[in-house]
Design a protein around this ligand. Structure first.
Ligand code: ADP
Length: 426
């Protein structure tokens, strides 16, 4: 599913950016081409003004002058003196003659000035022309009309736009190459960007799926016991029925505790879980927890001791009930994983900046390979699997609560064996 979403998101974001890029680059290309064309046409008009005034100053137009002008400016020149083509143009190729004729027809159709206007003197006009002869060729054309020896003297000058077109072609291919590279780069970027964007969502969904699978697995065991006890109690004698009902009740309580834990974790995931911070006297809280766990430890002949600082601690801003829950998880684990006759020490200290609460036992300890995993959801060591009431959620909940207080929870080995859990609250 994520692959599909990733592909669609990448295509959408890449497509939109590419669309904007193409519109902008084509717009820029169009404007730049128009600028190039208009500046070259203006420069042609300037050249023609000079050339035409030069022409008017010549008393006799020689073939040498025409050939030299043609060569210098890479022009094609056609001269009509009093309606008769100049002898100079006899040497033009058939194709050139046809071209001149076409341009002249076009000029007469579009721009030819009434003969009456000629009385105002000479004029020249410039216009672009595209020939459709053997292949498409573009020219700038200048037609100059003046009076000479009391007749009309018409000169047509064609300037082929090969170099301008070549320049435009180079500019276009450069743009296309850059556009293609930019399109590839944008799609690659969109692909990686959306992948990074979706990664946390994908991981979250994976975690949720694992959580649901593990939760269903954990709920199945007490549920199976409840169902089998319920069906067995139907045929059981009165004395036995009581035993089945006790089992149903204890498994029901187990399920309810598990559901509470799962709800708490789900709420932390949704960020719908709030902690109520208020000033609390942690020494009192630690002492209360110690007193609550003393009988539990005594049942297993475990010596539970408490160490408190000599001076009263400053009040710490925290959610008392949640911190009590953390201590209960740690002490419950210590009692569970410490053999009979062991010892557990609950201590509180303050270093002027942080408050540390530690639970130190001389129990079975945690191998280094397992230490990073014990805070994961539903992680249990093989040994603890056999213990009822241990779902592998306790430390994970404790870690979430401590994180919500911007604190840390650490696990180390107790010197001589066992584990020490330390909660540091800022
Ligand atoms: P559980 O409900 O199984 O105790 P926790 O999340 O509280 O789940 O603990 C995860 C695992 O960490 C336990 O299964 C156990 O292997 C290990 N563990 C936790 N506390 C201790 C301890 N004090 N001594 C040894 N192992 C411990």
């Amino acid at each position: 599913m994520f692959q599909k979403v990733h592909f669609r998101l990448a295509a959408l974001s890449g497509g939109i950016t590419v669309f904007i890029l193409l519109i902008m680059s084509f717009g820029y290309l169009y404007i730049s081409e128009q600028g190039l064309k208009s500046s070259s046409f203006i420069s042609f008009q300037n050249d023609m003004s000079t050339l035409v005034s030069n022409l008017e100053q010549q008393t006799v137009i020689t073939h040498e002058w025409l050939a030299k002008t043609e060569n210098n400016g890479k022009y094609l020149i056609y001269v009509i003196d009093n309606g008769i083509p100049f002898l100079y143009n006899e040497r033009d190729t058939e194709e050139q003659k046809l071209l001149f004729r076409n341009v002249w027809d076009y000029y007469e159709e579009q721009f030819a000035v009434e003969p009456a206007l000629l009385s105002y003197g000479a004029y020249h006009i410039e216009f672009p022309f595209s020939s459709e002869l053997s292949y498409r060729d573009d020219y700038y054309v200048c037609v100059s009309v003046s009076e000479r020896n009391s007749g009309t003297f018409q000169v047509m000058i064609l300037f082929p736009l090969d170099s301008l077109n070549q320049q435009i072609r180079i500019q276009r291919s450069l743009f296309f190459t850059l556009d293609i590279l930019a399109v590839i780069a944008l799609f690659l970027f969109a692909w990686h960007f959306t992948k990074r964007l979706l990664k946390p969502l994908e991981e979250n969904q994976k975690r949720q799926t694992q959580f649901i699978a593990a939760a269903s697995h954990e709920l199945r065991t007490p549920l199976a016991v409840i169902l089998s006890c319920a069906s067995a109690s139907g045929q059981a004698a009165d004395t036995e029925r009581e035993h089945f009902l006790d089992s149903i009740q204890s498994e029901g309580l187990r399920m309810s505790r598990l559901i509470d834990d799962m709800l708490l974790l789900t709420n932390t995931d949704n960020h719908s879980w709030t902690i109520r911070m208020e000033p609390a006297e942690l020494d009192t809280l630690v002492l209360d927890t110690f007193e609550a766990f003393e009988p539990v430890a005594a049942e297993k002949s475990i010596r539970l001791s408490v160490v408190l600082p000599e001076n009263a601690l400053p009040a710490v801003s925290c959610d008392q009930e949640r911190i009590r829950q953390v201590l209960a998880v740690l002490l419950h684990n210590s009692v569970s994983y410490t053999p009979e006759g062991g010892r557990i020490r609950l201590s509180l200290s303050y270093d002027g900046k942080n408050t540390c609460i530690s639970v130190e036992d001389n129990g079975i300890g945690i191998p280094d390979s397992e230490k990073p995993r014990i805070f994961e959801r539903f992680y249990r060591s093989d040994q603890s699997r056999s213990q009822k009431g241990h779902f592998g959620l306790g430390l994970c909940i404790a870690a979430e609560i401590v994180r919500a207080h911007h604190g840390h929870i650490l696990v180390t080995d107790t010197p001589g064996g066992g584990s020490t859990f330390t909660v540091i609250l800022p």
